[in-house]
Ligand binder design. Sequence first.
Ligand code: DC
Length: 221
Amino acid sequence: MSFIVAIDGPAGTGKGTITKLVSEELGLTNIDTGAMYRCVTLQALRENIKVNEEEKIVKLLNNIDIKLKNESGKLLVFLNDVDVSKDIRTPIVDEYVAKFAALKCVRDKLTVLQRKIGENSNIIMEGRDIGTTVFPNANVKIYLDASIEERAKRRYKQDIEKGENITYEEILENIKQRHILETQREISPLKKADDAILVDTTNLSIEEVKNKVIEIIKEKM
Ligand code: DC
């Protein structure tokens, strides 16, 4: 038996933060699927592989090992047993990830991996297509949204805190471009599942979003 909570929505809606807080409070395993797409992208960039080099990407996918670990309250991401938690969240990965995430071979591989993780587990999984494609029968589906300006503002704050040398305008442009790529791609585009509950986080604090999400989940537990 498994209990699956699907959290979808675009970049900068607070999915990562909310999923982590809710997983801790409700004792669910937190799975960040964006981190998996970021690992594939990071490895492709390291090997100098272009988005149109399908054969090389398939080979890369066959040799890649991605593990997510929760260690003392921190979500760590391992790529071929090396901690890449920081390396996957840089502006260069931000720039390319939506392009690699649009490829069928990449999505097929990661979808299988995500479904395997959900077998016989109680999880909260966040991404873009969890409620629509990965787990269409999830016990709870939530779609987080926010205005594009608010999303860019949040990402900007995060990046500046990390010491990245980037402007608000560059981030806003990246968020806009990614939004187009993610919502208009052919395979598993970002889309609210018909039966997902929409939470608009534009004017809500993290605490308020967390409480709302917990309330929705508890109703179905
Ligand atoms: O949530 P994030 O920003 O870390 O996600 C990184 C990228 O991965 C994002 O541009 C879209 C893609 N992604 C996806 O296509 N499907 C998912 N389930 C999760 C992420």
